[in-house]
Design a protein around this ligand. Structure first.
Ligand code: UD1
Length: 432
C-alpha cells in the first residue's frame, strides 16, 4: 500500500485541473450495460474504483477500451453471470450493477457490495424499491440473488434521500413496463448526471435535478457520447487544503455551480473565493492566472472558527467533505462545532488528528467540538477510508514538520493523483 511522506507548513500556490467525478462515472459506466450498444464515456477518472467497474463490465461480456480520457463500452454481447470477488465486495458502487443487471437481464447474482467503512450502510431501500417493481430477492451463501420476469413501473417513495437507491431505481425504471415515479429522490449532481446520460440514450425522465423524478419505462435505448462532470469532492478537497495551509490556488474546471454550500463554508472560514463567470470583471486572481475558468481561492491568514457546520443532502454541505473541513477547523481561531447527519461513523479521523495535536472532543456520536490550536505537528497516521484518508493528507500539509500517512490505497480509490496535484500546488509530498 502506498505511503505518503509530507513536509508540512507550506502555503499552497498555483493551479490544478480537477479530474472527472468518481461518483458520476461509476453509475454511468454501469448504465452502459442497459443499452446493448456502444457508448463513449469521456472524462472518466483513472482510479481504482473505475478500473474495478471496467473489470466487472468485461466479466459480463462488455467490450471496453480506453479511449482518450474515457472509455468506449460496447455492451452488445453482455450476458448475466455471477458477480463476485474484490471488485464487488470492495466497492460500494458495484451496487448500481444491481439495477443495471435487472434492467438488462432480469436477473442478478452478486456478493454483498462493500465500500468505505463509514457506517452500517444498509441496502434495504434498494431492495424494497426494486421489490415494488416486481423483483424477488433471496440470499444464498452470502450472495444476493434477484430475479424478475418483467420489471414493472411503480410509485416509489424514498424515506431517506439515498443516492445509490435513486440510481438503482432509475436504472431499472428505464427498462420497466409502465411509468415510475420516485418521490424523495436524491438531488445530488451525480444522480442528475446519470439522468442526463440516460436521456442521451433515449430515456424519458422528467424532473431531473428535483426530488420527484418521473420515468417513462420501456423506451428503446441506444448508446451515447457523454462527458462526466468534474469531481466536486476533489475540488472541495483542494479548496480546503488551501484554506488550511494558506496561499492562493486556481481549481481549473471546478464545478462551481455544485459547490455553493462548500464555497460559502470556505468563505465563512475567511477565504475569498471567486467563481469564474459569476462575478465577472476584475478577478481577485485574474492578473496571476489570466482569467481561466474555474474557482479561485485565497486563504485567510488563519481559518475562522465556525459556530456550526452541519452536513446535509445536496444542496447542503456534503458529508464527503466533512473530514476535510473538520481538519481545517483544528487550526481555526476559536471553537467550532461539526455535526454529521448522513453517516453514523464518519469521525474516524478524530483520533489521528488528536495525535497531531488537534483538540477535538465528542459531544455526541454525531457532533464534535473543536478548539482551534495554533498549529498541528507532523505524525505517523493511517488512512482507514477514502475521504478521511484525504483529510489526513490535508492535516499533514497543514502540520509543522514531517508526517507519514500509511494506507493510501484507500485515497487512491477516489483521487487520480493527489500527490502530484498537491506538488503542483507547491506542497512537499512524495509517495513510496
Ligand atoms: C453515495 C456516495 C457517497 C456519499 C453518499 C451521500 C457513491 C458511490 N457514493 O453513497 O460518496 O457519501 O452518497 O452523499 O456515489 N441508507 C439506508 N438504506 C439504504 C441506502 C441508504 O438506510 O438502502 C442510508 C445510509 O446508511 C445513509 C443515507 O441513507 O445514512 C445516505 O446514503 P446514500 O445516499 O445511499 O449513500 P450511497 O449511495 O451509499
Amino acid at each position: 500500500m502506498t505511503t505518503f511522506h509530507i513536509h508540512g507548513g507550506i502555503p499552497l500556490q498555483g493551479k490544478v485541473r480537477i479530474q472527472g467525478s468518481k461518483n458520476a462515472a461509476l453509475p454511468i459506466l454501469a448504465a452502459t450495460l442497459l443499452t446493448g450498444d456502444a457508448s463513449d464515456i469521456r472524462n472518466c477518472p483513472q482510479i481504482a474504483d473505475v478500473q474495478h467497474m471496467v473489470s466487472l463490465l468485461q466479466s459480463l461480456g462488455c467490450r471496453v477500451r480506453r479511449s482518450g480520457d474515457g472509455y468506449l463500452v460496447d455492451s452488445a454481447r453482455a450476458g448475466a453471470c455471477n458477480m463476485s470477488g474484490d471488485a464487488i465486495t470492495g466497492m460500494r458502487s458495484s451496487l448500481c450493477l444491481l439495477g443495471a443487471m435487472l434492467g438488462r437481464f432480469g436477473e442478478v447474482t452478486m456478493e454483498h457490495p462493500g465500500g468505505c467503512v463509514i457506517g452500517k450502510r444498509p441496502i434495504d431501500l434498494h431492495l424494497k424499491a426494486l421489490g415494488k417493481m416486481g423483483v424477488s430477492f433471496t440470499e444464498e451463501d452470502g450472495r444476493l440473488i434477484g430475479r424478475v420476469n418483467r420489471l414493472r413501473g411503480a410509485d416509489i417513495r424514498l424515506s431517506i434521500s439515498s443516492v445509490g437507491a435513486t440510481e438503482n431505481i432509475l436504472l431499472a425504471a428505464v427498462q420497466a413496463e409502465g411509468d415510475t415515479t420516485i418521490t424523495g429522490a436524491a438531488r445530488e449532481p451525480e444522480v442528475e448526471a446519470l439522468c442526463r446520460y440516460l436521456t442521451a440514450c433515449g430515456a424519458h425522465i422528467e424532473g431531473i435535478g428535483s426530488s420527484i423524478l418521473g420515468i417513462k419505462g420501456g423506451t428503446p435505448l441506444h448508446g451515447a457520447e457523454f462527458t462526466v462532470p468534474a469531481d466536486r469532492i476533489v475540488a472541495g478537497t483542494y479548496l480546503f487544503a488551501c484554506v488550511g495551509c494558506g496561499g492562493s490556488v486556481l481549481l481549473e474546471n471546478a464545478p462551481c455551480g455544485q459547490l455553493e454550500a462548500v464555497i460559502q463554508t470556505a468563505e465563512r472560514m475567511g477565504a475569498r473565493c471567486q467563481m469564474d463567470g459569476r462575478e465577472g470583471g476584475d478577478g481577485i486572481y485574474g492578473a496571476d492566472y489570466g482569467y481561466e475558468s474555474g474557482l479561485y481561492v485565497q486563504a485567510p491568514e488563519r481559518p475562522h472558527a465556525l459556530a456550526r457546520l452541519r452536513t446535509a443532502v445536496y444542496p447542503g454541505f456534503p458529508t464527503d467533505l466533512q473530514s476535510m473541513a473538520l481538519t481545517v477547523l483544528t487550526r481555526a481561531d476559536g471553537k467550532s462545532c461539526v455535526e454529521e447527519t448522513i453517516f453514523e461513523d464518519r469521525f474516524r479521523v478524530v483520533d489521528s488528528l488528536r495525535s497531531m495535536g488537534a483538540d477535538i472532543e465528542h459531544y455526541t456520536q454525531n457532533i464534535v467540538l473543536v478548539r482551534g490550536v495554533s498549529s498541528l505537528r507532523g505524525a505517523k497516521v493511517e488512512a482507514r477510508e477514502l475521504r478521511g484518508g484525504a483529510a489526513l493528507v490535508l492535516a499533514g500539509l497543514m502540520a509543522e514538520g514531517e508526517s507519514e500517512i500509511t494506507g493510501c490505497a484507500y485515497i487512491e480509490r477516489g483521487y487520480e493523483n493527489i500527490g502530484k496535484d498537491l506538488r503542483d500546488l507547491g506542497a512537499r509530498i512524495v509517495s513510496v
